[in-house]
Design a protein around this ligand. Structure first.
Ligand code: FAD
Length: 470
């Protein structure tokens, strides 16, 4: 079936919000799909903080001690595939996702708005920022179990060396309130930075001052007042729901993850730039986590979620598994929008069709989505010239008359497929051109399709190249 004519130019089939294990796993799955014939989705990741979310913060025990990794080792494995498939990872904080015709428009700070056919929310429980770089060197978090929390607070207090302790949490930090009695004197001041715009239960009984907002930036002050290991104090910037920033100086920071496991700050946040309003129509549980079905679909069609943001067990393996599931489902969604039918995903999921001897798992590329130029033809020739394809620059006849296959173009300009692939890669990156990329297994050069080798050369082309259509 032909491509839906209502679909115009867009940036990616799938945009993944977040850059933790759930997001990365979802992006890789949607981009790669499988090692045999398939047409994958174009994908982009938009993440607020350092790559990996909480993953590189410590060990990732997947099922039990027998299957344990250092988080950073696991991240390294994921990054290999992000690189291999050239999945763009944009650094930015998403604060809006809205529908515009057949697309989702994803907007935020630090990047230009993007349009996609489907969106996966994998934001975890909170925005992970610069504080990650100081973990266990002045930045502490509540973990292990409740009986360990007094010990962790004591450790953070010691580290603060009288320069003040900042506790980062939300409404639910009131559950730890009693553990902080007497800490202010020992720490040289106690501030609770609570990610909420509302009054917190028992607020008057908090043993320290309350600042409303979320952590925006953490910087080390090395000159004045070095703390016990000589690293210096922190200058923390918070931002409240009106966009006002505030500076807080302290010797140590304690992240209250018990609070964030109760309530996801990334969605129920106090600051501007949260997703709260954007996700008003998405069904959430009583704590604010995004509800999903077993295919990782939210209550809003075309919007999927994975990982901690779904509020089940907070575990790396679940985040990775959710990512795989959301990646497949978002891929199916985009594929249906482009080709009007389900992708063949066997042996991950059998489809209900009669299999014929001559069947191909690759779709027919409709004329409407064959390679074509989006920009000025001269710009394309100019780019070709810059890349040593002078013949192309001098060409008088248009190579883009009508809808052409890559084989047509390659033949017409006598350009080897590998060179053409490189040129097309650049043209796509410059948003000059659109192509579809198929993943074809070795030995299936053309797989019954006229794009063949060219596609294999382009397999790692970034998401923009794969599925922008008009
Ligand atoms: C203290 C602690 C110990 C843990 N120990 C283990 C363990 O031993 N074994 C285990 O399996 N699991 C463990 N976990 C859980 C595991 O770390 C998480 O389940 C896993 O990291 C969840 O992955 P995620 O991708 O859903 O979220 P995260 O890892 O939190 O990643 C989410 C990412 O999205 C980004 N983001 C948030 N909002 C936005 C936005 N608006 N725009 C753009 N980006 C955004 C964040 O900055 C972050 O980088 C532990 C967790 C904690 C807190």
């Amino acid at each position: 079936m032909a491509l839906d004519s209502k679909i115009g130019i867009y940036d990616d089939d799938v945009i993944v919000i977040g850059n933790g294990p759930a997001a990365i796993s979802a992006a890789i799955r949607a981009r790669w799909v499988k090692g045999y014939s398939a047409m994958p989705s174009s994908v982009e990741i938009i993440g607020a903080g350092p790559m990996g979310g909480l993953l590189p913060w410590g060990g990732a025990i997947l099922t039990g001690p027998g299957w344990a990794f250092k988080g950073e080792d696991l991240l390294e494995k994921l990054i290999v595939d992000l690189d291999r498939f050239r999945i763009p990872a944009v650094r930015g904080t998403v604060n809006n996702v809205r529908r515009a015709g057949p697309y989702w428009v994803v907007e935020g700070e630090g990047f230009t708005p993007r349009r996609a056919l489907s969106v996966i929310i994998a934001t975890g429980a909170r925005v992970v920022g610069d504080e990650a770089a100081h973990f266990q060197r002045g930045v502490f978090m509540t973990f292990k179990g409740y009986e360990y929390i007094p010990m962790i607070i004591a450790e953070a207090t010691r580290y603060s060396a009288g320069a003040g302790l900042l506790v980062v949490g939300n409404q639910r930090t009131e559950m730890l309130r009693k553990l902080f009695l007497g800490v202010s004197d020992r720490a040289g001041g106690l501030v609770f930075l609570l990610d909420t715009a509302q009054k917190v239960r028992g607020e008057d009984r908090f043993p320290g001052s309350i600042v409303r907002g979320r952590l925006l930036e953490v910087a080390r002050q090395t000159s004045a007042g070095a703390s016990q290991d000589g690293d210096g104090r922190f200058r923390v910037t918070s931002i409240d729901h009106k966009g006002h920033t505030q500076a807080i100086t302290c010797g140590a920071i304690l992240l209250d993850y018990t609070a964030f496991e109760h309530m996801p700050a990334a969605l129920v946040s106090s600051g501007p730039g949260d997703l709260e309003n954007a996700l008003l129509h998405v069904q959430r549980d009583e704590r604010g986590f995004v509800m999903v079905d077993r295919w990782m679909r939210t209550s809003v069609p075309g919007l999927f979620a994975a990982g901690d943001v779904t509020g089940r067990y907070f575990s790396t393996l679940m985040a990775l598994g959710d990512g795989v599931c959301a990646g497949f489902t978002a891929h199916r969604w985009a594929y249906r929008a482009k080709f009007g039918r389900e992708p063949r995903l066997f042996a991950y999921m059998a489809s209900d069709e009669i299999i014929t001897p001559d069947c191909s798992d690759l779709p027919e590329i409709p004329l409407t989505s064959r390679p074509k130029l989006l920009g000025d033809e001269r710009e394309f020739y100019c780019l070709a010239g810059q890349n040593g394809l002078g013949r192309l620059e001098e060409s008088e006849a248009s190579i883009f008359s009508g809808h052409l296959t890559v084989t047509d173009i390659s033949g017409r300009i006598e350009c080897p497929a590998a060179h053409l692939a490189e040129l097309v890669r650049k043209a796509c990156a410059a948003r000059l051109m659109t192509v579809h990329v198929l993943s074809t297994p070795p030995g299936h050069g053309s797989a019954g399709n006229d794009i063949g080798d060219f596609n294999r050369d382009l397999e790692g082309t970034n998401g923009l190249a794969a599925s922008r259509v008009n």
